[in-house]
Design a protein around this ligand. Structure first.
Ligand code: HEM
Ligand code: HEM
Length: 178
C-alpha cells in the first residue's frame, strides 16, 4: 500500500485522513450533545475541553488533508451515472464545508463568550472575536444547524457506502480501507 493515491486506490495518507476524521466526528457528535446537557460544573468544563480539542483537531486535519488532496491524483469515480457522480461530489463537498464550518463556528462561540480554553490543557486557543453575546448566540445557532446538516449528510454518505458494498458490489469501501 503506497503513500500516494493512484487512479484506482487511495494511498495510506488519504485513508488515514478519512478514518481519523471519521472517528473524531463520531466522538464529537455525542460528546457535544452530552457537554451541552450537563449542569455547570468542573466536569462540564473538562468535557468541553475535550470537545473543543477534538474539534480543532478535525480542523487541522481538514487543512492538511485538503492540501494533500490538491497535490494528489484522485481515484476515478465509481459512480454508475452522471446524476450519481454529481450527488457524490456534492455530498463530499458539503462534508468538507461542514468540517470547516463546525470548528470555526465553535471557535467563534468560545471567543465571543470570552471563555479562554487550552486545547488538551496545553495549547491556548487565541480569541478570534471580541466578547459579544449576540455574536455568541448567532454562532451557537449556526453550530447547531451545521450539526443537523452533518448528521443528515452522514446518513446519506454511509447509506451510499453500504449500497456500493452490497448492491453494486464494487471496490468503493475496499479502496479506502487499509
Ligand atoms: C462508517 C462511516 C463511513 C464510511 C463507510 C465512509 C465511506 C467512504 C467511502 C467508501 C468513500 C470513498 C469514495 C471514493 O472512493 O470515491 C468516502 C469518501 C469520503 N468521505 Fe467517508 N465514510 C464514512 C464516514 C465519513 C465521515 C464521518 C466523514 C466526515 C464528516 C466522511 C467524509 C468523506 C469525504 C469528504 C469523502 C470524499 C473524499 C474525497 O474524494 O476527497 N466520511 N467515504
Ligand atoms: C468536528 C467538529 C465539531 C462537531 C461535530 C461538533 C458538534 C457539536 C454538537 C453535536 C453540539 C451539541 C449541540 C449544540 O448545542 O449545537 C456542540 C455544541 C458545542 N460545541 Fe461543538 N462541534 C465541533 C467542534 C467544536 C469546536 C472546535 C468548538 C470550540 C472551539 C466547539 C464548541 C462548542 C460549544 C461551545 C457548544 C455549545 C453550544 C451552545 O452553547 O449551545 N465545537 N458541538
Amino acid at each position: 500500500m503506497g503513500l500516494n493515491n493512484t487512479s484506482t486506490e487511495w494511498g495510506w495518507l488519504s485513508k488515514l485522513f478519512h478514518w481519523l476524521t471519521a472517528a473524531l466526528i463520531f466522538i464529537q457528535i455525542p460528546l457535544g450533545f452530552y457537554a451541552d446537557s450537563l449542569k455547570l460544573s468542573a466536569w462540564k468544563i473538562d468535557v468541553f475541553v475535550w470537545h473543543k480539542s477534538f474539534g480543532m483537531l478535525v480542523f487541522l486535519l481538514l487543512v492538511v488533508r485538503l492540501l494533500w488532496r490538491i497535490k494528489s491524483t484522485v481515484p476515478v469515480s465509481l459512480a454508475t451515472s452522471k446524476l450519481q457522480k454529481i450527488l457524490a461530489s456534492t455530498v463530499h463537498a458539503l462534508l468538507y464545508a461542514l468540517m470547516f464550518a463546525l470548528p470555526i463556528s465553535g471557535w467563534i462561540i468560545t471567543s465571543a463568550a470570552n471563555l479562554p480554553v487550552k486545547l488538551f490543557w496545553l495549547i491556548p486557543l487565541p480569541a478570534i472575536t471580541d466578547p459579544n453575546s449576540e455574536l455568541k448566540a448567532l454562532a451557537a445557532e449556526i453550530h447547531e444547524l451545521c450539526v443537523f446538516a452533518l448528521i443528515a449528510l452522514l446518513a446519506l454518505h454511509i447509506a451510499a457506502a453500504i449500497r456500493h458494498q452490497f448492491v453494486l458490489a464494487d471496490s468503493a469501501i475496499k479502496r479506502l480501507w487499509f
